[in-house]
Design a protein around this ligand. Structure first.
Ligand SMILES: Cc1cc2nc3c(=O)[nH]c(=O)nc-3n(C[C@H](O)[C@H](O)[C@H](O)COP(=O)(O)OP(=O)(O)OC[C@H]3O[C@@H](n4cnc5c(N)ncnc54)[C@H](O)[C@@H]3O)c2cc1C
Length: 365
């Protein structure tokens, strides 16, 4: 008999399993996939760690979380400084003095602020009715048309005029020449890849792969006092109230016989006409010598059952649906839904670790 059966060997499951095992509980981890690590799975090819389910940059302001995560493997000093490509020209992200210089030739924060104020005034938005109004009233037409409009329309599959303004609450503008995308104090990428970190977290713990809980429910349920389920909550209940919606991505990866293809880890393509949103060159996340390189183009797409669920769509309809599943789950005292899929919520990796730590502390108390 196990104290905990953990369904899912992703970051949530591995963190919970690690904490529970260290405290002396008997734990079994299962995953339906043939590999561990869930969405943060990395695979080494030609000496390059490929981020198979999208690029992952670990960043946090919480020293305890950073120390915990990095205790399982060395982190490098990667700083995310993405670029945006629009009609043959490159712009720095997040929007900062380098971006404003490339757009207008301005060199001082005062000149840049003036330009943005002028454009916001010229847009003359009296009432914000949609995402386009919202963006124009925050940053004006040049930043919106060059860097936001096409990218956002590709991401959501709809025109900015047809998207709710709530998607963009703020658009941070930086009046410095700092290209570091994140404001967090700690950031980096595991030197040996994310899979190696999860492997270390799960060291000494019984892990069974290629097992779908839902195909073996009756038998598995009998084997544990508590079940921590990190898979999709709607699938668990056989979609009895309906499907929760997600946005997902299709990846196209090429191995190129060249050492350096684009010179940066991430380049966003902000033109509506280019069908992908980003091109990732994996070797620049964690540079190691290799005569070849791997690039991935990301194509946003509508989620269909069977696809990898990536980004929950937190509109009223979905949140109401999730609340119904949550209520059903409360009736089961043995089962706890957790992680990004169990809770139908986007969690960064540091939030995921924090949530796993908090849940374990609550259950232990
Ligand atoms: C495209 C993308 C990019 C991201 N980039 C970043 C980033 O740069 N920085 C950052 O901090 N965070 C990022 N994140 C968030 C990060 O991926 C999550 O915080 C983290 O992966 C959550 O871990 P999890 O264990 O909750 O979920 P998952 O990693 O999805 O793990 C769930 C596991 O459960 C298994 N499972 C599901 N159902 C069953 C079943 N019935 N039986 C057995 N096993 C089952 C699945 O196979 C999976 O392995 C990104 C997320 C996405 C989608």
């Amino acid at each position: 008999m196990y104290d905990y059966l953990i369904v899912g060997a992703g970051l949530f499951g591995a963190t919970f399993a690690n904490l529970a095992t260290k405290t002396g509980y008997k734990v079994l981890v299962i995953d339906k996939k043939p590999v561990i690590a869930g969405a943060i799975y990395t695979e080494r090819k030609d000496n390059i760690d490929i981020h198979v389910y999208g690029p992952h940059i670990f960043h946090t302001d919480d020293k305890e979380i950073w120390d915990y995560f990095s205790s399982f493997g060395e982190m490098n000093n990667f700083i995310n400084a993405p670029l945006a490509f629009f009609k043959g020209k490159l712009y720095h992200m997040p929007f900062n003095m380098n971006t404003f210089n490339a757009l207008w030739g301005v060199t001082t924060p005062l000149e840049a602020k003036k330009k943005i104020d002028q454009q916001v005034k010229a847009a003359d938005i009296k009432e914000v009715k949609n995402l386009e109004d919202q963006a124009l009233s925050l940053v004006g037409s040049d930043v919106f048309n060059t860097l936001i409009k096409g990218y956002t329309e590709k991401q959501w599959g709809r025109a900015c005029k047809d998207l709710p303004s709530s998607i963009i609450k703020r658009l941070p503008l930086r009046f410095t020449y700092n290209n570091n995308y994140f404001n967090d104090r700690y950031q980096g990428i595991p030197v040996d890849g994310y899979t190696a970190i999860i492997e270390k977290m799960l060291e000494g713990i019984e892990v069974k792969l290629n097992i779908d809980f839902l195909d073996n429910k009756d038998e598995l349920e009998k084997q544990a006092n508590k079940i921590i389920y990190t898979g999709e909550i709607d699938r668990f209940y056989d979609y009895c109230f309906g499907h929760l919606s997600y946005r997902t991505l299709r990846f196209e990866t090429d191995r190129l016989e060249e050492e350096n293809h684009q010179g940066n880890a991430v380049i966003n393509y902000t033109e509506r006409e280019v069908p992908y949103t980003r091109v990732i060159e994996h070797k620049f996340f964690n540079y190691r010598e290799s005569p070849v390189t791997y690039v991935t183009r990301e194509y946003p797409k509508e989620f269909k059952p069977g696809d990898d669920p990536f980004y929950p769509i937190n509109n009223k309809e979905n949140l109401d649906l999730y609340a119904k599943y949550q209520e059903k789950a409360l009736a089961d005292k043995k089962l706890i839904f957790a992680g990004r899929l169990g809770q139908y919520k986007y969690f960064d990796m540091d939030d995921t670790i924090k949530a796993a730590k908090d849940l374990f502390a609550k259950l232990k108390a």
